[in-house]
Design a binder for this molecule. Structure first.
Ligand SMILES: Cc1ncc(COP(=O)(O)O)c(C=O)c1O
Length: 404
């Protein structure tokens, strides 16, 4: 029978991609006078000049043509230098593939290993685009809920392994994690790698927040323990470290043996990343350490500001995040956080992302992005504190509709 609506005539997998819960709050709060928006996963600084200049020069020099599908050789070399510095081990340019964003790196990773009828295990709360990329490909995300305990967010690896069945093709590991800040230890990564090797599973390692780590110089990585031919697809991006969210440049790390297939997938989607953005990306990798240090200092300060306020309030459930630049918290007596997001726009003039959009385990939580400049964060924290204070004064009962 012919479907009788245009939407009904679309591919089911496309239709089933959910609306973003973040966009719902953004639409609600758009245009509010003085609203401080901390719902998106980005900072408030424009890209620094030392990155913009080479991109502008590249455009002026006429670098406006199609280019290498896996990335220009100079950028792949810069990725080698960057990874050597960070992980203190050898790398080669044929391990790296330049993509049009970290999101595209995720899409390609998924296209490489999972399609219709396959399953990919995803610890949640997780960035919703990960689940969406799987759904679009026809694969099923199998959520494994992490839990917030006294020692922070924890992933039970036995739950992960028990969820891997005959249809499982990969385990998605985002560490440090958006939105919880949970960061896998080297032991946990080793356990996952051992299991994946045993079962012949792929690991999609999303390490885009590796530099935003509060317990050491960088987060533990699969690069610390894996061999070059392990079945690991690394996802990374220029967006977060160097304030380049609008540039849409990222990269993948993968075994060189599958490089040709990756380049074919890039060819048959975007056909490559604009050369001028790649010139800026080289500057970010080679000259970006001082800026990266400032980014980390900003995030550290933001983490301190919000965690202190929530700690003082005595009304919040949260753990100081180990990595990334988000605080994922619940407020006692506020189980409906989709509604709470709208309420905080109206009553505190701040915009936060509702937890349920990050998967079932995100119910009852909200996400604050604190990777931003101090001033705005302090004002937002003050507003949140006052809102919590007003709420406490009125003695809001559990789940009450009478919140101020
Ligand atoms: C966990 C995670 N992976 C990947 C990305 C992709 O970033 P982009 O597409 O801007 O490169 C993000 C962005 O928020 C993220 O949070």
């Amino acid at each position: 029978m012919m479907p009788d609506t245009l939407i009904g005539a679309l591919r089911r997998e496309a239709r089933e991609v959910p609306n973003s819960g973040i966009v719902e709050v953004m639409e609600y709060g758009r245009g509010r006078d003085g609203l401080i928006a901390l719902w998106a996963g980005e900072g408030d600084l424009p890209t620094p000049d030392f990155i913009c200049e080479p991109a502008i020069a590249s455009l002026r020099a006429g670098e406006t043509f199609y280019t290498h599908q896996g990335g220009i050789p100079e950028l792949r070399q810069a990725l080698v230098r960057y990874h050597r510095r960070l992980y203190d081990r050898p790398f080669s340019p044929d391990q790296f593939f330049v993509t049009g964003s970290g999101m595209q790196a995720i899409q390609i990773a998924v296209q490489l290993v999972a399609g219709s009828g396959d399953e990919v295990v995803v610890p949640t709360p997780a960035w919703p685009n990960i689940m969406a990329a799987l759904t679009v490909s026809g694969a099923r995300p199998v959520e494994i809920g992490m839990r917030l305990g006294n020692d922070g967010w924890r992933l039970d690896l036995d739950d992960v392994f028990a969820a891997c069945g005959p249809r499982t093709k990969a385990i998605f590991v985002n560490t440090p994690c958006n939105p919880t800040g949970w960061t896998a230890t080297t032991d946990e990564l080793s356990e996952i790698l051992r299991f994946a090797r045993e079962r012949g599973l792929w690991i999609i390692a999303d390490e885009v927040y590796a530099r935003f780590y509060y317990k050491g110089a960088r987060a533990p990585s699969f690069f610390d323990i894996a061999a070059d031919d392990d079945r690991i697809l690394y996802v990374n991006t220029f967006s977060k470290n160097w304030a380049m969210t609008g540039w849409r440049v990222g990269w993948m790390g993968a075994p060189p043996e599958i490089g040709n297939t990756i380049e074919n997938l890039i060819q048959n989607s975007t056909s490559g990343v604009p050369v001028f953005t790649q010139r800026g990306a080289i500057a970010a990798l080679d000259d970006g350490e001082p800026f990266m240090a400032e980014q980390l200092a900003r995030a550290r300060a933001g983490r301190e500001i919000f965690c202190s306020v929530l700690e003082k309030s005595g009304a919040a459930r949260f753990a100081w995040p180990e990595g990334a630049f988000y605080l994922f918290f619940g407020i006692d007596g506020e189980p409906d956080t989709a509604r709470l997001g709208l309420k905080l726009v109206d009553e505190a003039n701040i915009g936060l992302a509702p937890g349920p959009t990050f998967g079932a385990a995100g119910a009852g939580f909200m996400r604050i992005c604190f990777g931003r400049q101090r001033e705005g964060l302090e004002i937002a924290a003050e507003r949140l504190m006052r809102w919590l204070g007003r709420r406490a004064e009125k003695g809001v009962a559990e789940g009450s509709d009478a919140a101020p």
